[in-house]
Design a binder for this molecule. Structure first.
Ligand code: NAD
Ligand code: HJL
Length: 227
């Protein structure tokens, strides 16, 4: 299948959580790790998050460094990569930060069951892509993104979207930054939620590198292809 190169970047606690049981964002990364994330954003053609992340964190998903934005301009690109929200029911608030901050394309991926009136309003602010009946069809979505010229796609969570992309076999590499804290709570989002694999379905990884950054560790993984 023709698809972009797809990698996930997430920061998790030492016990594998992405945020608290109230789905409140916590600072897991230190300054250097946020710099690394900014560099990854600047190199990507698009950044994708799930609607759960938009509703809980309201991220802007912009490139933070002025130098990196300027370098993108010199290379003939928009200051920010395309920002994509996977949002089956078109719940993205019309005043979400991704619409307010920075230049660049916004893409909202909805399913065919998303309410028409809300989709029309989103179309005034973003490119809307419809796939799937009840839930966005991630495979069709990434194929469409490739056709639109997106060759490198950075997925920044959250837990449910990570599962959707991994279980569909769409992810090439993963960066997990493991920070020096414990969050706990069986309902707190983990790196991968969703329904989970059976023993026969487990996804294998190859460790590409491990590096200490401040008080945490950055792991880079390659996802093994299933036969
Ligand atoms: N630490 C980090 O690096 C990091 C990064 C991002 C988010 N987070 C945290 O993760 C939490 C949000 O995660 P979440 O799991 O609630 O939401 P999410 O961001 O993973 O979004 C999930 C939504 O994506 C949509 N979706 C549509 N089609 C899908 C498909 N085919 N497969 C999967 N999802 C599909 C669904 O509407 C689903 O509700 C927040 O608490 C946020 O703070 C942490
Ligand atoms: N890399 C990273 N380290 C963390 O410690 C942490 N809490 C997140 N969390 C991801 C977060 O949920 C947001 O989605 C975006 O990182 C916000 O992006 P903006 O700054 O608004 O562009 N990500």
């Amino acid at each position: 299948m023709e698809k972009p190169f797809i990698f996930i970047n997430s920061a998790m606690s030492a016990d594998g959580k992405l945020s608290t049981k109230e789905r409140k964002q916590v600072r897991i990364s230190g300054k250097l790790d946020f710099e690394r994330v900014d560099e990854l954003r600047a190199q990507a053609d698009a950044i994708m998050v799930g609607i759960g992340t938009v509703l809980s964190d309201d991220p802007s998903l912009t490139v933070k460094s002025q130098e990196r934005r300027a370098a993108r301009k010199v290379a003939g690109k928009d200051e920010n990569p395309a920002r994509i929200i996977v949002d089956s029911s078109a719940r993205t608030p019309l005043d979400a930060d991704i619409f307010k901050k920075g230049e660049g394309t916004r893409i909202i991926a909805v399913s065919n069951s998303a309410p028409a009136e809300k989709v029309r309003k989103l179309e005034e602010k973003a490119v809307v892509i419809r796939t799937g009946t009840e839930k966005v069809d991630l495979e069709k979505l990434v194929r469409k993104l490739k056709e639109m010229g997106i060759n490198t796609l950075m997925v920044e969570g959250g837990a449910t979207l990570n599962w959707g992309m991994l279980s569909a076999g769409l992810v090439d590499e993963i960066y997990t930054f493991v920070g020096n804290l414990i969050i706990g709570g069986k309902t707190a989002p983990t790196f991968t939620d969703g329904e989970g694999f059976t023993e026969a379905e487990l996804l294998g990884l190859e460790l590409l590198s491990a590096k200490k950054i401040e008080n945490g560790i950055l792991l880079k993984w390659k996802v093994k292809k299933r036969n």
